[in-house]
Design a protein around this ligand. Sequence first.
Ligand SMILES: Cc1cc2nc3c(=O)[nH]c(=O)nc-3n(C[C@H](O)[C@H](O)[C@H](O)COP(=O)(O)O)c2cc1C
Ligand SMILES: Nc1ncnc2c1ncn2[C@@H]1O[C@H](COP(=O)(O)OP(=O)(O)O)[C@@H](O)[C@H]1O
Length: 295
Amino acid sequence: MKTYQSPSQRPDTDTVVAIGSFDGVHLGHQALLTHLKERAQHYAVPSVVYTFDPPTRVLLRGVDYLSTLPEKLAVLERYGVDEVIAVPFNREFAARPKEAFLEDLRILRPKAIVVGEDFGFGKGRSGTARDLEAVTQDLVLVPMQRLHGEDIKSTRVRALLAEGQVEKTAELLGRAYDAIGVVVHGDALGRTIGFPTANIKVPEGKMLPIGVFAVHFAVNDRIYAGMANVGRRPTVNGVTLRFEVHVLDFEGDLYGKEVQVKFRHFLRGEQKFSGLEELRSQLAADRERTRELLG
Ligand SMILES: Cc1cc2nc3c(=O)[nH]c(=O)nc-3n(C[C@H](O)[C@H](O)[C@H](O)COP(=O)(O)O)c2cc1C
Ligand SMILES: Nc1ncnc2c1ncn2[C@@H]1O[C@H](COP(=O)(O)OP(=O)(O)O)[C@@H](O)[C@H]1O
């Protein structure tokens, strides 16, 4: 999959283009990708995703993002997209009139354009999906995808993650929510209670689910069962939010390693225990439950 930062960087050919933030690449986005690939095959031209980095809502509303750019690119590649144009999104870009955006699209020579029916673009979202007919003869408007009577939107995914509801999140994504980060040093307390925990640093602004979870932990091309805590560690009077994983049946040094964590099941909310001994016995119970859930 090739990636570019602007339409003029790609070779001058016809294309089919899907446009959007694609934050989280959830089932709604995947519906767009299905149409994108079908249209690209029909016209025998490359399938191109035109997206924004950071996602528009992250810049304009200050919310956390679900996918870092590398995470988004990896998922789009897995779904069979030929090319991605990830334009750096800033206030200047957001303030451009809709005509400027249409001029950019024209460079892509779009045989077809695929967007969600609620798509808006340009300054103040003055451009609507129908305006795209100015630059293509084949406009595909994908209706809002719904699950259990609710719209599938990244805002809903964020709300679920904030409540630790990773199983429901996975339903909306069509895969487990995940995070990639690097193992850093913590307070070296974990090992003293028999549960060493890898402290994981993720890029700033990456959304994490809050609570205690059964997870899959990938490192060095291997996958382990693990249990994660995303919280403030009230038992040891922690203040900042930490993301820690105890990896089951693992011994070794993880410092400096890049790891991927897939959030599988919610175990419980974070609690304040009377001391490390009470925390230790709860962790032993969490480990048993994790074994049951992940086999
Ligand atoms: C699965 C799991 C669940 C945890 N649950 C709690 C909790 O409920 N309350 C709490 O204060 N700390 C909890 N912790 C965090 C521990 O307090 C933390 O791992 C310990 O302080 C060691 O920190 P260190 O890695 O900086 O040495 C949990 C950690 C893990 C791995
Ligand atoms: N089963 C395991 N799960 C997580 N980390 C482990 C495990 N076994 C060894 N480690 C190592 O121990 C470190 C965590 O030990 P800990 O005492 O909690 O120290 P720190 O506070 O520095 O994270 C990890 O970063 C990793 O290098």
